[in-house]
Design a binder for this molecule. Structure first.
Ligand SMILES: Cc1cc2nc3c(=O)[nH]c(=O)nc-3n(C[C@H](O)[C@H](O)[C@H](O)COP(=O)(O)OP(=O)(O)OC[C@H]3O[C@@H](n4cnc5c(N)ncnc54)[C@H](O)[C@@H]3O)c2cc1C
Length: 443
């Protein structure tokens, strides 16, 4: 059985659908094919790998079970931060000074790489780089922000610490203790972006197929053979770019991550005066809760909001009342907020909150573990996979290949993660109560 936790094979209606350009409408794969690189998964990672490998001269075939961008890539919040999930000192501690620095530098190049790809391939995806705001809801978060800002400012990067008044002005809310703004960060329509990458890959000569699930992967002589319901592909190299939607194509891979469901909401267009009062500089924002709030305003005046929903279970009614209550406390000016639509997507979580490239066997690589940060990073790591296909030695990878590690608690991951989310919600609620008692109107 495939992916019991995954939903409707049709793409969801999102804030991105209207401006996401046309679906590609690609045919499914039939018959026998031969290529240098076969890619499973048509999200940002797979499409970036396909584009870069085709540009480097490889014959590329990509298989997507549903439509291009159907997974997390077409459903995410569209924030484009210039960093991995971890602070630079954590990255250095984990990977060492040299490799860690390469990773930090590469992640910082994420937003400029997107800009370059978007311009070169004329992708219409509403990309801009107004910066990203991170708001602090505790004193501890403020101290962590001071450290981050000091690190980047010492390197001359355009980041600023925001005191309470500055944060209130930039966010349009007096709710937070302060925050920081990273002016290197951006926002995007991720559905339009991934479709644009796919089109660029096709123009570069790659062959992409929708409604084509890879159901079997086997070694055949020196080659890999992928089987689908109506065809097969023989390839020298295979890249599995299936992330949270990883199935049982390769034994044990699914058990290296836990797919966690996250909700997104989009309001009806806000009244003009309200819309102008929220995030007036056009930055998207997150806050420092464990179950963080992600907020942005679209050009048509819709407010898009994501807080962490229930971790698992079939797609059901989201906690809109709780979500609306959270939003109304942050932005009392919202009044009676109504949603036009909501949707969900899965992100792949793992123990170390990091992306991984796994060399599963000679010529077989998997890349997964987005942990909620992947618009820029999946683009970068897709390009890394293409470099591998072009013969770059594994030691040159920015994200060095690692052995897949089965999460030993995987069989009980669902109740465990659900319990962890409840615990986080409780800790957040305690801190928020403290914040709400402590905070007075900005003088
Ligand atoms: C709600 C939400 C909000 C997020 N917000 C942000 C954000 O603001 N900023 C940010 O940087 N990141 C964010 N992320 C994370 C980001 O979306 C992901 O890191 C990124 O999209 C992962 O891309 P991907 O290509 O690896 O995987 P996906 O886009 O998930 O693509 C995987 C694809 O593989 C296909 N597939 C699986 N198995 C098979 C098979 N056997 N055969 C064929 N196809 C198969 C699936 O159909 C799917 O389309 C968010 C994620 C979610 C869910």
């Amino acid at each position: 059985m495939h992916l019991p936790l995954h939903d409707d094979p049709r793409p969801p209606q999102t804030t991105y659908t209207a401006g996401g350009g046309k679906p590609l409408g690609l045919g499914s794969l039939s018959g026998a094919h031969r290529c240098d690189v076969a890619i499973v998964g048509g999200g940002i990672a797979g499409c970036s790998a396909a584009l870069h490998a085709a540009e480097a001269g490889a014959r590329v075939v990509l298989l997507e079970a549903h439509q291009i961008g159907w997974g997390a890539s077409g459903r995410n919040a569209g924030h484009v931060p210039p960093a991995t999930k971890h602070d630079p000192d954590q990255v250095i501690a984990r990977y060492g000074a040299e490799a860690g620095q390469r990773l930090i530098d590469a992640a910082e190049q994420g937003p400029p790489l997107l800009a370059e790809l978007i311009e070169r391939h004329r992708i219409d995806c509403d990309y801009s780089v107004p910066g990203i705001i991170m708001a602090a809801h505790t004193e501890a978060a403020m101290r962590a922000n001071e450290k981050r800002v000091a690190y980047w400012q010492a390197r001359g990067r355009p980041v600023e610490l925001l005191d309470r008044r500055q944060a209130a002005e930039m966010i349009g809310s007096e709710y937070y203790l302060g925050g920081w703004i990273d002016r290197r960060g951006g926002k995007i329509n991720p559905l339009a972006y991934v479709r644009g990458l796919a089109r660029a890959a096709i123009e570069a000569g790659a062959s992409l197929h929708e409604a084509t699930r890879a159901t079997r992967l086997a070694r055949n002589g020196g080659k890999w053979r992928l089987t689908t319901s109506q065809g097969e592909v023989e390839a020298d190299r295979v890249f599995l770019c299936t992330n949270a939607y990883t199935d049982d194509l390769w034994p044990g891979l699914r058990a290296t991550i836990v797919p966690v469901r996250a909700y997104q909401f989009a309001s009806r267009p806000l009244r003009d005066n309200v819309r102008k009062s929220i995030l007036p500089g056009g930055q998207p924002m997150t806050d420092s809760r464990r179950l963080l709030s992600g907020i942005r305003i679209h050009g048509d005046g819709r407010l898009q909001f994501g807080g962490q929903g229930p971790a698992f279970g079939p797609q059901g009614a989201p906690h809109w009342r709780a979500t609306r209550a959270r939003l109304e406390r942050i932005f009392p000016q919202l009044g009676n907020l109504e949603t036009d639509f909501w949707w969900t997507g899965f992100m792949a979580m793992n123990a170390d909150n990091s992306w991984h490239i796994h060399e599963l066997a000679p010529g077989l690589l998997a890349m997964l573990g987005c942990n909620g940060r992947g618009v820029a990073l999946a683009t970068l790591w897709g390009r890394e996979l293409a470099r591998h296909a072009a013969g770059a030695p594994a030691r040159d990878f920015v994200l060095p290949p690692s052995q897949p590690r089965r999460l030993w608690l995987h069989p009980v991951a669902r109740p465990l993660v659900s319990a962890l989310i409840q615990y986080y919600a409780l800790r957040d609620a305690i801190e928020i109560r403290r914040l709400e008692r402590q905070v007075r109107p900005v003088p």
